[in-house]
Design a protein. Structure first.
Length: 1168
């Protein structure tokens, strides 16, 4: 089952359709598209029953259903089957996924990719190895199902297969297998580029037994898996994520103190948010859920149901925004029945309270959930009321809440295994099975045909036909990822499959050939458009006059066949030959007509002409006869009328003079006589006058009964009726009326627009005339109706819409059928409250004559804030570059401002702008405003750090000399910075201290030290040290070894390394710059050992020794010799003190040099 934003849905299930069959399970489908469709068989097989099926649906509406089915003569071997649903073609004939009749199949699962690729996996008995093994089969659009592929690697029982497929068609199969010590969890991958991996990979290395895993894929090709496993004290739930080719380590996510059991269900939304549901036992079976996000990882397990009564079948379905709905079934201890419970998770707020979904009174179990991209959910389950089994569904609409529960089927046949899915259009698919135990199974036939998997192709524009714009934009939709060519040229295809390409065409027809290609399959379509930029021909043939007294004229002519003809806003019908004609009303005086012909391409040509309406009768005065009785048979009829008018007296033409006067004579018999004098002006208006002479009778009676005086009508033909003297004749405005024997008369009279006077004349047989007249108004012109507000096509977020305008004073106005007050000046205004969405007003004005006019402006209420997201850089982004590019996306058509600066938004809603940063923290806010004025906001923080890190070297001192080849380089820098010594990265402590021991050969060595902080700023320092491990040379040059002297003193000379410190028998000796030294020593009688020790700057020592014998020549001189020796010793002591002072001074100079070097490095760092 699945739902779209407009409420469209589909369901699929299993049913036994033959009342004479035995235990049989059949797959049926049902679809929701505003209402639920009739059930449709998905399964076809001539022998076997169906185990619970599995359903997978992608955004294109392609679906795969897989199931296990008994087959074979004995109906005891089970096989794996699949059926593929193609939009517009339905479910295919089921395909057997394997052909091993010796091994039964179980636990069939399936998944589908965005391009219609699919996978099925199952476990099957392998009679060769005597074990249960895992197998899979991959479906490719246009090719179909491949062959069965073995998945598990070990020759041991394997169970619990499940699989998932990412949008690109890459897939993974998870299973549990005995590894000789434990039941362990494994994953085996399939990629479109390389096929099946060479071997499975272990998901965990734990010591406990694993159970049935769940797995799901996001839109970026990552997989989330979870499974139960014994951890030594309880069965915990573990999770792992596959990304960039690697599974993470197994992470415990279960609730402490519980023991998980049963299958784990994993659901993921496109961005990678995942929810895991499972049952766990504490004192009863309770329901738990855990959430994974790409930013925070696994969260603490949440108890969905932890009260009395067992629960199970926990499913948590997230929507695209990270919200989720959890469902499970729960034993209601008080009511002693199974119920379906639910609980919402809201992104940013967390879990809500549990609520009850079932309300039908029966046992309810095995719920499933699906959600579309608009956040509309649907939940389905099965119920049993003790007699009948029901399959039901309930939809949750994101903008409206829960819909009513719908019963998809009900009967005594057993039903279970509800499965739901949605496509990208919000269509719902539901799958379940029904069982009947009346007899043997019979063959079933599927009513759909199989498609070939080629990409969809819909051409949106241009509309086939004519256009007067040579620039034609070809747009449409295909499958995401497909390529499109138009007339052989590639078109731009967006991520949602929308394609577009502009063309410039010459006049004439052009057929675009549009081809969509995907996975080697091709769909083609054409659309023909004709460019016509020439205006149509237009000739006016009627009217052929410029003056008339008729308030209507017949306008006719010839134009291009198929053109639309407009005469002053009135549409005329154009026949196949291009001829047109219509009647137009005119007003008194001059009338100018504008005739416009517009061909089907939109080109137009205009002609105009003028007609003068003159409906005013000419003046007519009679000067003779003046009435009365006369005996003169010759009567002069004279008078005056309009110059140019024609005149008749008793229908006899009478010349009219240049001044308008006329005169004629008539010979009359005895008796009364009335002269009828009629004047007709050039426009055809009539003026009538009568001149009577009564000889012997009175004028006849004459009265008008209709119309009434001062009438007002919009009917251009009035019925004039009345009575006169029997036998009299009557004319009405010069038109003879038929008078019956009783004197009654009636006739239709054409009225002119505006004021009309109706005159009736009755003339008796003797020529006496009677007349009567009345006045009225013909008004056929609809009242003017001008709208000030709303403007047609207005989009606003305020549901209160002011409707106002003006019309003819005295007219009535209705808005959507409701009357509105009109001011004496013809103004009207009212406020209408509208719901969200488009609304077309019907605004009608009607005048007193009944003429009406309607205006139909459309207003759309949009009060939903536009979506907006900053996609780059990430929040709290750290950089040392002062300008950062901020990118994001918003609703198509919205405007965007970033930190108050307007940013261009492309046709797909994307935007990008470079923002200059200030040192430190920079808040960046993006505000989107749609055409209705609604706003949405997104914000991030970017940190600019351009200050190099501190870098101080504390050891070794620059210029130091050492006799140790192991040198410690140490110092300090900013905490968090990285340090490299001679290119080798060293560890920096939390306070910024660092140290590295380096083994060096003899000689001089300069250490190059660099530091870089997290923002990329760098600092450098250097120090030089000399390693000297060679002892200095030393040689005694005099006296010779073994020499004998006769004096109590001896001068000892020698050479050593320049700069070395020398002691002779413990006495310090000054060493010259060439390395020579000399000292006088006192000797004792007999043999004297003399030892010279030299120590260089690095502390290395070298020595030389000789023996000198002293022979006392004069014993009496001993006292003198003793005194001399004392003096010599005192001198040597003084020399030794002097030598120590020189050594101390040298050491002080060395330390001073080191301090200066460190100071120089600090100054250099601060300067940088």
């Amino acid at each position: 089952m699945a739902v779209d934003p407009a409420g469209t849905a589909v369901v699929v299930w299993m049913q036994d359709t033959d009342p004479t069959t035995a235990v049989r399970l059949s797959l049926l489908a049902r679809r929701f598209a505003g209402s639920w469709s009739a059930a449709t068989l998905v399964e076809y097989d001539d022998t076997g029953s169906i185990d619970p099926p599995f359903l997978a649906v992608n955004d294109q509406g392609e679906a795969i259903s897989v199931w296990n089915q008994y087959s074979g003569p004995s109906n005891v071997i089970t096989d794996a089957y699949a059926s593929v649903h193609t939009p517009g073609q339905g479910w295919s004939r089921p395909m057997r996924l394997e052909n091993d009749d010796a091994g039964a199949t179980w636990d069939v699962r399936g998944a589908i990719g965005a391009k219609g690729d699919g996978i099925a996996c199952w476990r099957q008995w392998d009679p060769l190895s005597g074990t249960w093994a895992i197998f899979a089969n991959v479906y490719t659009p246009g090719t179909g199902w491949g062959g069965r592929v073995p998945i598990d690697d070990l020759v041991a029982d394997a169970y619990n297969p499940t699989c998932a497929m990412d949008p690109s068609g890459n897939a993974v199969v998870l299973y549990t297998q005995w590894d000789g010590a434990h039941w362990s969890e494994y994953a085996h991958h399939f990629t479109v580029a390389r096929g099946w991996a060479a071997a499975s990979v272990p998901l965990e290395t734990l010591d406990g037994d694993g159970g049935w895993a769940g797995v799901s894929a996001d839109a970026n090709g990552n997989f989330i898996a979870a499974w139960p496993q014994w951890d030594g004290s309880e069965t915990n739930v573990y999770g792992a994520r596959y990304s960039a080719g690697t599974w993470t380590a197994a992470t415990p996510i279960g609730a402490v103190g519980t023991s998980a059991g049963g299958a784990v269900i994993v659901r993921t939304n496109p961005r990678g948010d995942a929810f895991v549901g499972w049952p766990a036992f504490r004192s009863s079976w309770d329901s738990y859920a855990a959430r994974y996000t790409t930013t925070g990882g696994w969260e603490t397990a949440h108890p969905l149901e932890a009260g009395p009564g067992d629960s199970g079948f926990e499913t948590v379905q997230p929507d695209d925004a990270g919200n989720a709905l959890a469902t499970w079934y729960w034993w209601d201890v008080a009511a002693a029945k199974w119920e379906i419970n639910g609980q919402w998770f809201t992104a940013g707020s967390g879990w809500g309270l549990s609520f009850r979904l079932t309300a039908w009174g029966g046992d309810a179990q095995y719920p499933d959930i699906a959600v579309d991209h608009a956040g509309n959910f649907v939940v389905g389950w099965r119920e049993f009321d003790g007699q009948q089994w029901s399959v039901v569904a309930q939809r949750y609409l994101a903008e409206q809440g829960w819909d009513r529960v719908t019963e998809l089927r009900k009967g005594t046949d057993f039903a279970d295994a509800m499965r739901l899915g949605t496509d990208g259009h919000g269509t719902i698919y539901a799958l379940w099975r029904e069982v009947n135990d009346d007899g043997l199974a019979v063959p079933m036939v599927n009513q759909y045909i199989v498609g070939n998997g080629a990409p969809s192709l819909l051409i949106v524009s241009p509309t086939p036909g004519l256009t007067n714009n040579p620039v034609v934009l070809v747009t449409g939709y295909t499958d995401p990822g497909a390529s499109v060519t138009i007339d052989g040229l590639p078109a731009t295809v967006a991520s949602n499959g929308y394609f577009t390409a502009p063309f410039v065409l010459p006049d004439g027809p052009h057929t675009f050939a549009v081809v969509a290609r995907s996975a080697g399959l091709v769909t083609g379509a054409t659309v023909t458009v004709t460019v016509d930029t020439l205006p149509p021909a237009l000739t006016i043939t009627s009217p052929g006059f410029t003056l008339t007294n008729t308030p209507f004229v017949w306008v006719s002519g010839v134009t291009e066949p198929g053109a639309k003809l407009d005469v002053d806003g009135m549409q005329a019908t154009v026949d196949g030959g291009g001829n047109f004609g219509l009647t137009e009303g005119i007003v008194e005086g001059g009338n100018t007509f504008v005739v416009t012909a517009t061909d089907p391409a939109g080109n137009s040509r205009t002609r105009s002409f003028s007609v003068t309406l003159d409906t005013i009768p000419p003046p007519l005065t009679i000067s003779s006869p003046t009435g009365g009785i006369t005996k003169n048979p010759t009567v002069t009829v004279a008078g005056a009328t309009e110059v140019g008018a024609s005149l008749s007296v008793d229908a006899m033409p009478v010349p009219v003079g240049p001044g308008g006067g006329f005169s004629t004579t008539a010979s009359l018999p005895d008796g009364p006589h009335t002269f009828l004098i009629e004047a007709i002006d050039p426009a055809g208006n009539h003026a009538v006058a009568y001149a009577s002479i009564t000889v012997d009778s009175a004028a006849p009676s004459l009265a008008l009964s209709v119309p009434t005086s001062n009438f007002l009508t919009n009917n251009p033909v009035a019925t004039v009726a009345g009575t006169t003297e029997a036998g009299a004749s009557v004319t009405v405005n010069g038109i003879v009326a038929a008078v019956d024997s009783a004197g009654a008369f009636s006739l239709p009279l054409a009225l002119q627009e505006g004021a009309n006077t109706i005159r009736a004349y009755a003339t008796d047989a003797a020529g006496n005339v009677a007349s009567v007249s009345l006045s009225g108004v013909l008004d056929t012109i609809p009242p003017p109706l001008s709208l000030g507000t709303p403007i047609d096509g207005t989009i606003q977020n305020n549901p209160s819409v002011i409707v106002g305008g003006s019309t003819e004073p005295g007219a009535t106005v209705t808005i959507d059928g409701s009357p509105v007050a009109v001011s004496p000046g013809g103004l009207f205004s009212t406020t209408v409250s509208l719901p969200s969405g488009p609304h077309t007003f019907a605004i009608t004005a009607e005048d007193a004559a009944g003429n009406s006019v309607t205006r139909s402006p459309t207003v759309t209420i949009d009060n939903a804030a536009p979506s907006i997201a900053i996609t780059g850089p990430a929040n709290n982004f750290l950089t040392n570059t002062p300008v950062v590019t901020v990118s994001g996306s918003t609703e198509v058509g919205a405007t965007v401002a970033v930190n108050g600066i307007a940013v261009a938004v492309d046709a797909s809603g994307g935007f990008s702008v470079r923002v200059t940063l200030g040192e430190g923290t920079n808040p960046i806010t993006a505000i989107a405003r749609d055409v209705a004025g609604n706003t949405g906001t997104a914000g991030i923080t970017v940190i600019l750090d351009t200050t190099p890190p501190t870098l101080i070297l504390t050891a070794p001192s620059d210029g130091a000399v050492t006799n140790s080849g192991s040198v410690v380089v140490s110092g300090y820098t900013d905490p968090g910075a990285a340090v490299a010594i001679d290119g080798t990265i060293v560890t920096v402590g939390p306070t910024g201290l660092f140290s590295r021991t380096v083994n060096l050969p003899d000689g001089m060595h300069t250490f190059d030290v660099g530091a870089a902080d997290p923002a990329g700023n760098e600092a450098g320092a250097a120090t030089t040290i000399t390693v000297d491990t060679i002892a200095p040379s030393v040689a005694i040059t005099g006296p010779a070894d073994g020499a004998s002297v006769g004096q109590p003193t001896v001068t000892v000379t020698g050479t050593t390394e320049p700069g070395a410190i020398v002691t002779v028998s413990g006495y310090s000796v000054f060493v010259s710059s060439t390395g020579s030294f000399t000292i006088r020593l006192a000797l004792a009688p007999g043999s004297n050992a003399i030892t010279v020790v030299a120590t260089d700057k690095a502390g290395n020592s070298g020595s030389d020794s000789i023996t000198v014998s002293y022979v006392d020549p004069v014993p009496g001189l001993r006292q003198q010799l003793s005194e001399t020796n004392a003096q010599l010793n005192a001198t040597n002591t003084h020399l030794q003190t002097t030598q120590q002072a020189l050594t101390n001074a040298t050491q002080s100079l060395t330390e001073t040099r080191t301090d200066l070097s460190a100071t120089r490095a600090t100054v250099s760092t601060l300067g940088t």
